[in-house]
Design a protein around this ligand. Structure first.
Ligand code: PBG
Length: 338
């Protein structure tokens, strides 16, 4: 074969990336992002009753659990290496103020106590702090004149956080997107002897279409309007960084970006802009989309889930909140055993 100068690149002048992709061992050696089960946080829904494990229609493989089942789930997660859960509650009754959120015998408070009895400190227990699961109107704060009253909601969110901390939550995670909620919660926790309770702020939380299945799971869809007057416009990245920094300034110990895959740029920006742990929430719609496509045979569930989680970690999240947590822990163990 004659090689004419100028028409063919000589072998030594181009980059041979394939050299390091040739075998599984080489690929493992140069892999930049590794998932570990200890990065995973399993979101769980707590409901009234005993022995109840009720599957959520829009989220196959996810359940509303009674407190005894929650404890069993906690033990199962610890056994497979998942070290953290994020709790949401389905109260027996709802009212305009969302009083179930701060009731001492509230559903999540009861769930935390039962979990502690079962697993002690083996699990880091994170409790979501919001009113939408507890208000009869489904908004994340209290209403005045049919709009969500920011400042009137702050004391209720703070009260909820104090109550969840008293029940034994290690971390409270305010997700209501009320301005000043992190500062209000931090000072209430400190005043009530909970200075060791950490805050994971849902700092950059978009008004996202991907929360749809969650609202069915938690029965928390707003009865009127939407959440766009408090959750962020997904078009705004600079504003998201502003929200992250504001929450840090108010006393957040960790920051969360939500949703995850539609906001990977914000995960990377959060990582670059701060030194605190960064979490990303692969939300219900991200989970449901992968599950639904897999059910139709259009996606490989395991591969699509692990690729997504790896991408979220690569973007800069060290904490991955995901409904795939238990499955992913199993898949990772399986890969290690190979
Ligand atoms: C509460 C809250 C929501 C989610 C987490 N916390 C619902 C919402 O904001 O409407 C969504 C989580 C998910 O979709 O998995 N405000």
């Amino acid at each position: 074969m004659t090689i004419t100068a100028g028409t063919t690149t000589s072998a030594s002048t181009f980059h041979r990336g394939r050299r390091l992709r040739r075998t599984a061992a080489l690929r493992a050696l140069v892999r930049e992002t590794r998932l570990d089960p200890s990065m995973l946080v399993a979101p769980l829904f707590v409901r009234p009753g005993r022995n109840a494990r009720e599957e959520i229609g829009s989220m196959p493989g996810q359940y509303r659990l009674s407190v005894d089942e929650l404890a069993r789930e906690g033990e199962r997660l610890v056994a497979i290496g998942v070290r953290s859960v994020l709790l949401f509650g389905l109260p027996e009754t709802k009212d305009p103020e969302g009083s179930g959120a701060w009731a001492d015998d509230g559903i999540v408070q009861a769930g935390i106590r039962e979990l502690r009895r079962a697993v002690g400190d083996e699990l880091a227990v994170i409790a979501d702090v919001c009113l939408c699961e507890y208000t009869s109107h489904g908004h994340c704060g209290v209403l005045s004149d049919a709009s969500v009253d920011n400042d009137a909601s702050l004391s209720l969110l703070a009260r909820s956080a104090v109550s969840l901390a008293a029940a034994g939550a290690d971390v409270v995670a305010p997700s209501a997107m009320m301005d000043g909620q992190v500062a209000a919660i931090r000072s209430a926790l400190d005043e009530h002897g909970a200075s060791q309770t950490a805050i994971l702020a849902y700092a950059a939380k978009h008004a996202s279409a991907f929360y749809g299945p969650f609202r069915e799971a938690a029965d928390s869809a707003p009865a009127f309007g939407d959440r766009r007057s408090y959750q962020m416009d997904p078009a705004n990245g600079l504003e998201a960084v502003g929200e992250l920094l504001a929450d840090l300034d108010e006393g957040a110990d960790m920051l969360m970006v939500k949703p995850a895959l539609p906001a990977l740029d914000l995960v990377a920006a959060a990582r670059a802009a701060t030194t605190v742990p960064i979490a990303a929430y692969q939300v219900s719609g991200e989970y449901a989309a992968i599950c639904a496509a897999a059910e139709r045979g259009w996606l490989d569930r395991r591969a699509a889930a692990l690729e997504s989680l790896t991408a979220i970690a690569r973007a800069g999240a060290g904490i991955l909140v995901t409904y795939f947590a238990a499955d992913a822990a199993g898949w990772l163990a399986d890969e290690r055993a190979r």
